[in-house]
Design a binder for this molecule. Structure first.
Ligand code: ZN
Length: 380
């Protein structure tokens, strides 16, 4: 077991199909990898259809009493493979390339490869170095309702709350180590609706045109400056993503008009605050607003934790990573409530695409980087 390469471990995970929400086999495979290294495994299923059931795994290896607790977090579910793969998506295959062997399979970079690297990192870490845990969900790519959120609850109940958390999402862009995510923007979608009174266009005084009101509402929303951005975030942004009247008649003033907006916001705002602000504007124009917050923004300001990660990356790759808050949401949006969280992982060029692949050499380097980070996090 100790001899298995990181690519061998990754292959074991990739070979278990685990399209979101994942359950069963892929968790058996991870349990089999972790258990021999002294990890106590707590697996549980959360939620019901349509957003569940979802399997989650919390694994912990305790250091001496009073030691620091460092957690690796990630997901074993993957997005559907789609068509046109060169080799079967759940039959991992190594193929030579000019830059060294590549390992192909759904989840190679997002993020079974990273979980394999985490497992390899801890097996060579002395048990007395401190407490190490794995926070692994089967639902990150899906609705993410019964995944990491349920794990957070579980960890709180168990009183196993880590001091620092590293999420292994594929954050690198052109080469391993070039980017670390210290934050992410939040996201809220808002459905707007205006009810009017239907009527004949030639008799507008007998009708009430909802489109006129909706256009004024959208124009006010569009002209809002939410903030100017700051050192770590670009300015928060409102985009109109849909506009719907569905009026087939040229001579009828319709009864209803709808629109949808999407706001990507930085850590100066919360989803609820923005939803309220939009609702007030909608009301002023005679309409209503219904918001669904998909995630709050988070920022772990640069400091000791980000330095540990940058130093570990630089020591193993010679690359000084850029600290960034770009990209979509991740489960760090939930984990931030538990402890400072930062994301670092493999190159994301092929994630969610056909022929998802990872450089075998990158897997070994990532395991060494993760080991350095864990050591530093436990020592401080
Ligand atoms: Zn992912």
């Amino acid at each position: 077991m100790t001899d298995a390469s990181v690519a061998d471990l990754a292959e074991k995970l990739i070979a278990c199909p685990s399209v979101t929400p994942a359950q069963g086999l892929v968790f058996d495979a991870l349990e089999a990898i972790l258990a021999p290294h002294g990890f106590e495994i707590d697996r549980f299923v959360a939620g019901e259809a349509p957003d569940g059931p979802v399997e989650n795994l919390f694994a912990i290896r305790r250091g001496p009493a009073g030691s620091r607790h460092f957690a690796f977090a990630g997901h074993l579910d993957v997005v559907p493979p789609g068509e046109g793969w060169t080799s079967a998506p759940f039959a991992p295959e190594r193929r030579p390339s000019p830059g060294g062997d590549l390992l192909y399979g759904r989840g190679a970079v997002d993020m079974k490869g990273a979980i394999a690297a985490m497992a390899a990192a801890v097996r060579d870490l002395p048990a007395d170095a401190g407490t190490v845990s794995f926070v692994i969900t089967g639902d990150e790519e899906g609705p993410a309702i019964h995944g990491t959120r349920a794990l957070i609850e579980r960890m709180r109940e168990r009183r196993d709350v880590p001091d620092l958390i590293l999420v292994g999402e594929p954050t690198s862009t052109h080469r391993l180590g070039d980017m670390v995510k210290i934050g992410r923007r939040g996201s809220v979608n808002i459905w707007l609706e205006v009810e009017g009174v239907q009527g004949h266009v030639a008799y507008p005084h007998l009708a009430d045109n909802p489109i006129t009101k909706l256009v004024a509402m959208l124009s006010e929303l569009e002209s809002l400056t939410l903030d100017e951005g700051d050192e770590w975030f670009q300015p928060s942004n409102i985009e109109i993503t849909d506009l719907e009247v569905g009026n087939p008649a040229h001579n009828v003033i319709p009864a209803k008009a709808k629109a949808r907006i999407s706001i990507r916001f930085n850590a100066r705002h919360t989803g609820a605050e923005l939803a309220e602000r939009v609702a007030a504007i909608a009301e002023r124009h005679g309409g209503t607003a219904r918001a669904i917050i998909s995630g709050e923004a988070f920022l772990t300001p640069p400091g000791a934790f980000s330095s540990m990660i940058s130093d570990a990356v630089e020591a193993e790759t010679g690359v000084k990573p850029e600290l960034s808050t770009t990209g979509g949401t991740s489960d760090a949006r939930f984990l931030k409530d538990l402890a400072p969280v930062i994301e670092f992982g493999l190159c994301n060029a092929t994630m969610h695409k056909r022929d998802e692949g990872v450089a075998v050499a990158d897997l070994e380097v990532l395991a060494r980087i993760y080991r350095r980070i864990a050591r530093a996090a436990l020592a401080c």
